[in-house]
Design a binder for this molecule. Sequence first.
Ligand SMILES: Cc1cc2nc3c(=O)[nH]c(=O)nc-3n(C[C@H](O)[C@H](O)[C@H](O)COP(=O)(O)OP(=O)(O)OC[C@H]3O[C@@H](n4cnc5c(N)ncnc54)[C@H](O)[C@@H]3O)c2cc1C
Length: 520
Amino acid sequence: MNRQPQQTRLTPHYDVLIIGGGINGCGIARDAVGRGYSVCLCEAGDFGGGTSSASTKLVHGGLRYLEHYEFLLVRKALMEREVLWNMAPHIIWPMRFVLPHHAGLRPAWLLRLGLFLYDHIGGRKLLPPTSSVNLNRDEVGKPLKPVFRKAFEYSDCWVEDSRLVVLNALDAAERGASMRPRTRVARAQRANGQWQVEIEDTLSGHRQTVTAGIIVNAAGPWVDQVLQQVFGHNDARNVRLVRGSHVVISRKFDHDKAYIFQNDDNRIIFAIPYEGNYTLIGTTDAEHGDDMDKPEISAQEIEYLCATASEYFAEPVTTSDVVWTYSGVRPLYDDGASKAQEATRDYVVRSDGDSGGALLLNIFGGKITTFRVLAEEILKDIETALGTRQPAWTAHAVLPGGDFPVDGFDALVNDCANARPNLDRDLIARLVRLYGTRAEKVLGDAREPADLGRAFGGGLYEAEVIYLMRHEWARTAQDILFRRTKLGIAYDGKQIEALQDFMDRAAKTMHTMTNEAALH
Ligand SMILES: Cc1cc2nc3c(=O)[nH]c(=O)nc-3n(C[C@H](O)[C@H](O)[C@H](O)COP(=O)(O)OP(=O)(O)OC[C@H]3O[C@@H](n4cnc5c(N)ncnc54)[C@H](O)[C@@H]3O)c2cc1C
């Protein structure tokens, strides 16, 4: 079995070429290369630079989808919670969600029924079950208005979304896939039973042709645009683009549980402990135009989120509390639902072409939570077209740095810190959260603060920057400050510039995972 692309002079050939390095594309690349197919993935920007870094960051079944009778989706997603937690316990961990009962909105019996289903249809083994909470007595009641006296508490998981993407990309690359960030797929056409694909390095403008047996269009909200511009399907209109935005405010409460608040428009929003010092509040559902370049929160969305949170918190949330915002666009399969929040959150796969050669698989929609099962479904189509090579494998295979027990985080921090008593323990804990057992690799031989090199602010040192450039394709300050880490929230313009300047100079002198390095 050969995972390497077959070279026909200057035209590399791959079994599978994937368009899009979000969670779905990277998950498929990892699964496919691990089953023995040669794989190339092209991402126009940075891995996770699209919707996959702008989510609410929950590995969840989606309690609210029960109301839309999406039982199969909820079950499929719930089943994934513990699978994913085991795969990457450094970036995925359990979280309790407090759902206050609001007189006048959903009755308590309905909440109890929904949570009973949620507890029982999804293969929950390790996560604690739902419980009732007396908000007058429990600490989770303290930040809320006294009118809220009763709540329910249930389990889901938190995920560092953009790190989940890059860890899938990293694992795929380490297994032999050609993972190419900053590489746009420009054109694709069928010729002699295979695809001829023109790809462009977006930094140098260099164009190259590769061939592939199968193309997977995992371009998320750009899926229709890719169909139109890359494949010439001018009338492609399969997804609704629905923007979701979040605001970040200073920490609103001290405990580590999240809140789920019902609003009188039938929607819900979350208020979640975030990055130690903050609370994350989201999300919205706003119809988005075709301008996919930089989705941004509107003034109405900010007001909506502040007003909904203020309905519950004793101290209101005002627009002046907002320190950072981000927005992403959901590529929801257009199933004809009239309201954005009613459109299905499940993915739909549509193939184009016969399985004899040059198959195109298009992915519409999908959730971070279901990326692994989506990859398994795509692999079934790949196997039908190219023949089975190795069985499904991802359910029990850890991601880079995740090779420790789900309850082993503190022990890992202790080991790492005990070996380096002169380094700041909070720094080590932060690195273990992001890199798991690979924090050792980030820290290397460093024993004293000076060994970590230049400090850029917020605990970011040269050692981590160099690691991210060498091993995780980081090329810009934004890659590091907002996707590999979230340290950028507290950075000012000057600090960002200084980091970018350092990275530009470092890129010239060191061997990084540049596009050229990825070319076979
Ligand atoms: C506000 C919000 C909250 C959400 N919350 C959750 C949540 O809590 N839990 C959950 O499970 N899911 C959540 N989701 C859903 C989830 O984030 C998305 O479904 C998922 O990230 C989509 O991933 P993707 O890989 O399909 O798309 P993307 O991450 O957008 O990736 C597509 C990539 O394709 C690239 N691309 C486009 N055109 C080309 C081209 N021509 N050549 C090369 N590359 C190209 C883009 O640059 C982009 O990086 C949320 C979504 C939103 C918007």
